[in-house]
Design a protein around this ligand. Structure first.
Ligand SMILES: Nc1ncnc2c1ncn2[C@@H]1O[C@H](COP(=O)(O)OP(=O)(O)OP(=O)(O)O)[C@@H](O)[C@H]1O
Length: 616
């Protein structure tokens, strides 16, 4: 049985002191408490107890060495340097401790580290009078029956609790601070896979906790592994982990989350994104970086200025990976991953995450992966059942008055006549400004976010929306992916997107972390090509499909990205399986080659190859 890291430390501490009796005297690491941890952090820690653990079953390097300094030692995160007597976990190989990228800075950093939980948006939410408690526990019942499909070789088994995952006491404390009681289904499967050092392509529904699923293993890996000499030179920095995301706001959000998960671990997370002053970001990078969260454009800029080198990268994660490999971003991603100094696939560990993963994109993505595991929690490209979806036929000329009716009704039904947070998606930046203006003059406080606004304006708009000051946010697709805004009750697709996957991401801004949400779409003649995929998606998510939509769907040519969904059914989804069968499925086709299997999310037992897919 696996137990937590805290347990193993307690036991290994006594083992260490015993073994030291017979050997060259060494400092008893487990008794050392760094000065800044002598008060609260350590005092808060639960008393370690229980038997020593064997963590090697899915942990990359076996045994305690990953924690820096041999089996049974207390993790010496980020410590190194001359004369301190501790094993060097730092990547600078025992240098003086003053340089950048220097894990010794980790200890100092922790003294200065701002507590990310103090400025948590969710605390502000409570101040703003939103009724729910801080980060309410996820509704796990909503995920109990979710189908899970995994393909690949030697898949590590899933876990049921965070304690089984053994992320280290510091991270465990942070998980508790986040109020995560147990892992979500994607976390249960993905974290053990990633901790085993495996490459991963993971698909799980919007709002199901993918961020933690890739952040935890990266942070934990950096804490555990003994990276040798990390390159250094001039003003260039050499991060160990790189997380790429398609938008500035999403990068900031991932950065905020990662800072919480890595709080007091000595692992330093820095964000770099366009539209913000680069000098400030350079200064932050110079203070040291272990994990860099970035948008591709700004990262290319930093690489070209030789201010960042990727040659030490051990972990690469692409969030919204299908978007990142779509036409818009693919050249930049290829440049970053293939044409700069990043270690090759197989040398680095690569993880790709999204809620949608079209087959064509999977094929492209496989260029970046080495003998990877494919994981699908829920059906690939499907929306969560937690979102009630409504489609209404609204001609262009009636859209504004129809929206106003909806908002008015919502306000009347809201608590104390309060407007629930509503995200309205439109097609164009101009359209966004014009609708926002119209809403404001009609008594609906609104703001807008789109690519023509300055970064400062975008950030202000988001804050104003989150706080409820302007409870309506009119947005283009820039807000469609990844943004985790608590309390968004309603998503309105004022203009529907052309691609059904974009629709899935847009409506996924509500109904997150087990909570329910509402999504309304205005459909008109110009959306005919979306009729079929939309009707299928709704049906598949147990939504009521209006007869007129079924009618349009039966007449319409297949659209909404025909490369993705023309096969006409949801099903198994690893493109390798389809190809090994020689099937020409343009959709998320089924198939089972004996290495893939599907299981319900609460499945906790052993794995057997050849178990039939949950979809077949
Ligand atoms: N184990 C957990 N317990 C409780 N809440 C969790 C847990 N894991 C994540 N969450 C919360 O769930 C919410 C959604 O998580 P996250 O933003 O990572 O979703 P996602 O799957 O990346 O969504 P998207 O596909 O839209 O990017 C966040 O508020 C996060 O804090």
């Amino acid at each position: 049985m696996r137990t937590s890291w805290a347990d193993s430390v307690a036991n290994s501490a006594s083992e260490t002191s015993v073994s030291n009796n017979n050997s060259v005297p060494r400092p008893i690491r487990s008794t050392y408490v760094p000065p800044h941890l002598r008060s609260s952090a350590v005092a808060d820690a639960p008393t370690p107890s229980g038997p020593p653990t064997e963590r090697a079953s899915f942990g990359g390097n076996a045994g305690g060495s990953r924690w820096g300094g041999g089996s049974g030692s207390k993790p010496e995160y980020g410590r190194q340097g001359k004369g301190n007597g501790y094993a060097a976990v730092g990547r600078d190989g025992g240098g003086s401790g003053s340089g950048r990228n220097n894990r010794s800075a980790g200890w100092d950093r922790r003294e200065r580290e701002v507590n990310p939980f103090v400025n948590d948006d969710r605390v502000d939410d409570v101040k703003q009078g939103f009724s729910e408690q801080v980060n309410p526990a996820i509704n796990f019942d909503a995920y109990e029956d979710i189908p899970v499909e995994i393909s690949g070789e030697n898949v590590p088994p899933p876990v049921n609790t965070f304690a089984e995952i053994d992320l280290g006491e510091m991270m465990n404390q942070n998980i508790r601070r986040c109020k995560y009681l147990k892992p979500t289904p994607v976390q249960r499967y993905a974290i053990p896979i990633a901790l085993a050092g495996r490459d991963l392509m993971a698909c799980a529904q919007t709002g199901s906790g993918k961020t933690a699923a890739f952040c935890f293993p990266i942070i934990s890996g950096i804490m555990r592994e003994q990276y040798g000499q990390r390159a250094r030179g001039g003003r260039t920095v050499y991060p160990l982990g790189l997380i790429l995301s398609p938008t500035r706001e999403l990068s900031c959000q991932i950065h905020d989350e990662a800072k919480k998960f890595s709080y007091q671990t000595g692992v330093k997370v820095v964000v770099a994104y366009g539209g913000a002053p680069i000098n400030q970001q350079l200064r932050e990078l110079e203070r040291g970086v272990d994990i860099l969260v970035a948008t591709p454009g700004r990262l290319v800029d930093l690489l070209e200025r030789a201010r960042v080198s990727l040659q030490s990268i051990r972990y690469l994660a692409l969030d919204e990976a299908d978007r990142m490999l779509d036409m818009g971003f693919e050249p930049q991603i290829r440049k970053i991953v293939e044409q700069m100094d990043m270690p090759n696939r197989g040398v680095r560990q690569t993880m790709l995450f999204s809620a949608t993963f079209p087959r064509e994109i999977q094929r492209l993505a496989s260029d970046f992966l080495s003998t990877y595991i494919f994981l699908a929690v829920g059906r690939v490209g499907s929306s969560t059942d937690l979102i009630v979806q409504r489609v209404e036929f609204v001609p262009e000329s009636d859209k504004r008055s129809h929206l106003m009716d909806l908002l008015q009704a919502q306000r009347e039904n809201g608590e104390h006549g309060k407007q629930a947070l509503t995200l309205v998606f439109v097609e164009t930046k101009k359209g966004a400004d014009s609708l926002e203006h119209w809403l404001c003059i009609n008594g609906f406080p609104s703001t807008t976010i789109h690519g023509d606004r300055s970064q400062q304006e975008r950030e202000l708009a988001l804050r104003s929306f989150k706080s409820g000051k302007t409870p309506i946010l009119v947005a283009t697709d820039v807000a469609a992916r990844g943004l985790d805004i608590p309390h968004v009750a309603h998503v309105v697709n004022f203009d529907l997107p052309n691609d059904i996957d974009d629709y899935v991401h847009r409506i996924g801004r509500t109904g997150r972390a087990g909570k329910t949400g509402l999504a309304t779409a205005f459909f008109d003649e110009s959306n005919l090509s979306l009729a079929r995929p939309l009707a299928e998606l709704m049906q598949e998510s147990n939504q009521e499909v209006p007869p007129w939509l079924t009618h349009y769907a039966s007449r319409a040519p297949y659209g909404g990205n025909k490369n993705r969904r023309s096969g006409g059914r949801f099903g198994g989804c690893d493109f390798r399986r389809e190809e090994s069968f020689g099937k020409n499925l343009d959709y998320y086709g089924g198939g089972n080659n004996g290495t893939a299997f599907g299981v319900p999310a609460d499945y906790g037992g052993g794995y057997a190859p050849g178990v039939t897919s949950a979809w077949d």
